[in-house]
Design a protein around this ligand. Structure first.
Ligand code: AMZ
Length: 272
């Protein structure tokens, strides 16, 4: 059981060839371009109240090193809220370079399978500034732009990560990513419960009610959600979603008086 009580909505900006795109189930051949300048999208989400932005360098994930660094730099320089970045981070030099650009949190995916020592060192050195991306195809961890599937299960990797001192993972159910079919709540809760990790849920979010449902499980370790297609397609109005989630997770008040019995537990870090 996690000691935290956190629930953060992360608008997603996936970059391919310098543009903000959405893929369907991670398929590089099935893309829709939403912004020629990803920084403009980041500014839009931050302007609507996002407290954190999620950025993926899709070229980087496929090729094994960041390929859209100038775009990432522009996003980080222009938005006032923290930015987490993943895609192609496979070495300490890359981590240092991204942190020195002003990236708040780096996401490691493939490296957790292919170079575990590097991930252990990164967790020891940077602690909570590292999140691990667990991207699962039918429960098995996918790597290298999701073009390959490993023989490690999501739960097995989660247990390993917990041993290594990881705090947060971003769990993507690849089959749902970009499909607006609803998040995989059961698998996300199972991962959180079996590992004690804070789990940010990714893939399939289609409407604000999905977010409210996920937020109900924050004490079980569901620490937020990545929202991509639903924002770009207009299914979710970010400002409204943030308000509704905030209302749902904040302590209830009766006639303006806070009910102490409904106060958030340890940390009280509920935010969105
Ligand atoms: O959509 C894809 N094909 C895809 C994607 N979104 N492939 C990788 N990624 C993301 C992961 C994680 O955030 O969800 O890239 C990051 C992992 O990159 P790497 O290079 O560390 O495996």
């Amino acid at each position: 059981m996690t000691l935290r009580n956190e629930f953060v909505l992360y608008p997603a900006i996936d970059i391919l060839d310098g543009k903000a795109v959405r893929l369907v189930r991670g398929d590089y051949n099935d893309k829709t371009t939403y912004a020629d300048n990803p920084a403009e999208a980041a500014l839009q989400w931050a302007g609507q109240g996002a407290s954190y932005i999620h950025v993926v360098d899709l070229d980087g994930a496929k090729e094994g090193s960041p390929k859209n660094r100038p775009v990432i730099e522009e996003i980080v320089k222009r938005v006032a809220v923290p930015v987490q970045v993943g895609g192609g981070i496979r070495s300490g030099e890359t981590l240092e370079a991204l942190f020195s650009l002003g990236v708040s949190r780096c996401i490691l995916g493939t490296a957790a399978i292919e170079t575990p020592e590097f991930v252990q060192h990164a967790l020891a050195e940077y602690g909570e500034r590292i999140a691990i991306g667990i991207d699962a195809k039918n429960g098995w961890v996918a790597v290298n732009g999701w073009l390959e599937t490993s023989s490690v299960s999501a739960i097995e990797l989660g247990r390993q990560l917990q041993d290594w001192g990881a705090t947060r993972v971003i769990f993507t159910d690849i089959a749902r990513d970009g499909t607006l079919t609803g998040p995989n709540l059961a698998a996300s809760i199972e991962l959180a419960e079996q590992t004690g990790l804070m789990v940010i849920v990714s893939g399939g979010v289609k409407e604000t009610d999905d977010l409210l449902e996920l937020a109900r499980f924050r004490q079980a370790g569901i620490a937020g959600a990545i929202v991509g297609k639903a924002l770009y397609a207009g299914n979710i109005d970010l400002r409204e979603a943030l308000n509704r989630v905030k209302q749902a997770i904040e302590p209830q008040s009766v006639d303006g008086i806070e009910d102490p019995t409904s106060k958030a537990t340890e940390g009280g870090g509920a935010s969105c």
